[in-house]
Design a protein around this ligand. Structure first.
Ligand code: IMP
Ligand code: MG
Length: 207
């Protein structure tokens, strides 16, 4: 019988009480990351409030949550568990054509829904609303499928620097400054989705 700890190699140093070190210490060393915009605790508290509001608003009409992949995956997982209703879940994956086409508002559906929306009370769950083009496209696309009702829930809404489509967002987690942020599902070139809090990305927005 070998030494199990030794066999697993040099893991992270245990903390003073023997517990695992905080996951955040790893991220604190990353120089591309700036200040914490929203802490783990702030996010959790707000997600609980949003879940409570949705639970009250949809008590007599259980909702279908439509998560927009990939950015909303953590938010969706957390808010779904804060909604005390027999809800349904489905996913869509979309991709914008990048910054150059921002004005065209062209959004490609990479993965469509499995569930038929007819007669359902749909809530689109998004990570962030910036120009609003992604959500406005999604909203129109889902409205055309005959849901009984359609609402939008976005964890973050960036303060608008340019006029954006008139979009009613029934549930907003936080209004934030127009900075590029990562973490809690939000990425830059597929990285940082697993950062537990939300931080400014300092290295500039990717092309
Ligand atoms: P919009 O169409 O301009 O509103 O952009 C929405 C999409 O762009 C979001 O669903 C995100 O995937 C991405 N996005 C916008 N701002 C940020 C950010 O600050 N960090 C990470 N992704 C962002
Ligand atoms: Mg997104």
């Amino acid at each position: 019988m070998g030494d199990l700890a030794g066999a697993l190699g040099d893991g992270p140093e245990p903390g003073p009480l023997g517990e695992a070190p905080s996951a955040l210490s790893f991220w604190d060393k990353d120089r591309a990351l700036g200040r914490v915009v929203l802490s783990v605790d702030q996010i959790a508290a707000r997600v609980a409030e949003l879940g409570k509001a949705i639970t009250a608003d949809y008590a007599d009409r259980p909702p279908l949550l439509v998560g927009v992949l990939k950015g909303a995956f953590i938010f969706l997982a957390d808010i779904a568990r804060q909604i005390q209703l027999p809800l349904e879940l489905d996913f869509m994956a979309v991709s914008s054509y990048g910054r150059a086409t921002k004005t065209s508002g062209v959004v490609r559906i990479l993965k469509d829904l499995d569930i038929d929306l007819a007669g359902r009370h749909v809530i689109i769950v998004e990570d962030i609303l910036d120009s609003g083009l992604t959500l406005s496209y999604l909203r129109n696309s889902l409205l055309a499928r005959g849901p009984e009702s359609l609402a939008v829930c976005s964890l973050l809404v960036k303060r608008a620097v340019e006029p954006r489509p008139n979009l009613e967002v029934a549930y907003v987690g936080f209004d934030i400054e127009p900075e590029f942020v990562v973490g809690y599902g939000l990425d830059v070139a597929e990285r940082y989705r697993n950062l537990p809090d939300i931080r400014v990305y300092l290295a500039g927005e990717p092309e």
